[in-house]
Design a protein around this ligand. Structure first.
Ligand SMILES: C[S@@+](CC[C@H](N)C(=O)[O-])C[C@H]1O[C@@H](n2cnc3c(N)ncnc32)[C@H](O)[C@@H]1O
Length: 282
């Protein structure tokens, strides 16, 4: 496990704190919500029967379970994460060919060259030293092995997060400014920056592609607005500013109004954008 020397102590505390209860309580909704973009990531990762794959920042293990089905009983998946409660849930639901370890991917002592594939669905955006982290992950991947990771594109292309944050900021004031590349969901919103980090970490044939996709919301626009306001960056602002119930209701109502045009018969579907990076190890 990492300590203050890695610079990741705050993130490790965050992923073992209050937030994890929201992830655990809503894991099925979140996995449904991210189903389409998970397909995009799996297409880029192309896991093969018999392969050994790492799922970095595996959370409750949705991607690990897809990988496990693809590599089959001859293959194996390692889910690595810093979050004790999320790993406990992942372990509870794991098929026989998935094992889990608690560790910080930036410094975890991977068995050298043991993996064919390193992949992650939004679990690699929280490193204090991303170049060191991706170099460390590369050490665990065999020569000729692959990397395939998904990260969020900017808020403006992700109304799911962007709209609740903009509405909440209008009512409560803007969130504290933070450097755009700081550890967090938007750390790799710039494709060129992500490509530079991967190249500096020694990966070759680096490609970062911006992919348009969709997020599956709840059955109604109101429920979708409530959920989107409760998760993600708007929720941090609400927790910090503690608005009245009336202001909260106003924020949700305005988010619902903004989402309204996207309502469909089979629930609300919102546009989304991800950066998918692929690379090879030498
Ligand atoms: C946004 S969640 C994504 C979880 C999961 N991959 C999913 O898609 O449901 C980010 C995950 O990265 C993990 N994480 C954050 N920093 C990490 C680190 N340094 N090493 C390993 N995992 C980390 C968190 O604990 C959390 O489970």
């Amino acid at each position: 496990m990492s300590d203050a020397t890695t610079g990741n102590a705050d993130q490790i505390a965050y992923w073992n704190g209050e937030t994890t209860q929201k992830w655990l309580g809503n894991r099925e909704i979140l996995d449904r919500q991210m189903a389409r973009l998970t397909e995009l990531l799996l297409a880029a990762a192309a896991p093969q029967v018999g392969e050994h794959a790492i799922d970095i920042g595996c959370g409750t293990g949705a991607l690990s379970r897809h990988l496990a089905a693809a590599v089959g009983p001859e293959g194996e998946v390692l889910g690595l994460d810093v979050s004790t409660p999320l790993l406990a849930e992942a372990t509870r639901r794991a098929p026989a060919n998935v094992r889990h370890l608690e560790g910080d991917a930036q410094v975890h002592d991977f068995q050298a060259g043991a993996f064919d594939l390193a992949t992650s669905r939004f679990g690699i955006m929280f490193f204090a030293d991303p170049t060191a982290a991706f170099a460390n992950i590369r050490a665990g991947v065999r020569a000729g092995g692959r990397l395939a990771i998904a990260c969020w594109a900017p808020l403006a292309d992700n109304p799911w997060f962007g709209v609740p944050l903009a509405v909440a900021a209008r009512h409560l004031g803007p969130p504290p400014p933070r450097p755009p590349r700081a550890p967090g969901p938007l750390a790799f919103q710039e494709p060129d920056y992500l490509a530079d980090v991967l190249k500096a970490a020694g990966w070759r044939d680096v490609a970062v592609v911006r992919e348009a996709t969709t997020m599956q919301g709840r059955q109604t626009v109101q429920a979708t607005a409530e959920f989107a306001t409760m998760m993600g960056p708007a929720s941090n602002l609400l927790r910090e500013r503690q608005p009245s119930a009336e202001t909260r209701a106003k924020i949700v109502a305005e988010v619902a109004e903004a989402f309204g045009a996207d309502a469909r018969g089979d629930g609300v579907i919102l546009p989304a954008m991800v950066n998918i990076a692929t690379a090879c190890n030498d």
